[in-house]
Design a binder for this molecule. Structure first.
Ligand code: DX5
Ligand code: ZN
Length: 228
């Protein structure tokens, strides 16, 4: 199963409801929400009130990527806002197992993410309790950056650990994922594909956004069939 997790960071914020509806109608199956605090990453985006507004626009799973310091403080707020899946950065969690457990205790699915410079080995002890692992394929903070090819090896490594450890967490990728890079990550074992600038075509451009999503899924699925 291949999921397109469209990232609303690249959407037209003035028409967020319509943008989400377009991506969903074109085959998007997960709504990825990038929360940035201006500390862990140099950019600031949105918080729980926007997640709550997005919740009213769609029934798709909300995949909330927390690029913030001290995520523990905000877990109850994101639960109340209607997040389904919450992703925390390994780099900011001193007690990663506890943070992930708390996400689950609040009724959401826990996930963990690593930056390009963070090795997969740092996650081995929490793999049995996560819903998915996100491998950043750019340094977090901005949309529209170039894919870092070296990160593909980490996807492959996670896929082999999953088999060895007899687990079933999913593998997600985020950053620079587009028609020219998606085949490679799918063949390496990723099946939750975050894409922002490759999908959203800009204000008033719903038809092109829909085409982008359809073409993205076509390329991703054909890579998936070759792998299976
Ligand atoms: C970057 C965010 C991404 C971003 C991806 O820090 O985590 O989700 O929206 O954007 P693209 O797909 O444009 O690289
Ligand atoms: Zn993200």
């Amino acid at each position: 199963m291949i999921d397109l997790a469209f990232s609303i960071l690249a959407a037209d914020f003035a028409n967020l409801g319509e943008e989400i509806a377009t991506a969903e109608r074109a085959g998007g199956t997960v709504c990825h929400v990038d929360v940035m605090d201006g500390h862990f990453v140099p950019n600031i985006t949105f918080g729980p009130p926007v997640v709550a507004a997005v919740r009213r626009c769609t029934n798709l799973p909300l995949d909330v990527h927390l690029m913030i310091e001290d995520p523990d403080r905000y877990i109850p707020d994101f639960a109340k806002a209607g997040a389904d899946w919450v992703i925390v950065h390994q780099e900011v969690c001193r007690h990663l197992h506890r943070t992930l457990s708390q996400i689950r205790e609040h009724g959401m699915q826990p996930a963990v993410v690593i930056n390009p410079a963070t090795p997969v080995e740092t996650l081995i002890e929490v793999l049995p309790i996560v819903h998915h692992v996100l491998v950043m394929t750019v340094n977090p903070g901005f949309g529209g950056q170039s894919f870092i090819p070296r990160c593909v090896e980490k996807v492959r490594h996670l896929a082999s650990l999953r088999e060895e450890m007899n687990l079933n967490f999913r593998i997600e990728v985020d950053g620079g994922i587009a028609v020219d890079t998606v085949g490679e990550v799918v063949r390496a074992g990723a099946d939750l594909l975050v894409a922002g600038s490759a999908i959203f075509a800009g204000p008033g451009n719903q038809a092109q956004t829909a085409k982008n999503a359809e073409e993205f899924l076509r390329v991703a699925r054909s890579a998936g069939e070759l792998t299976a």
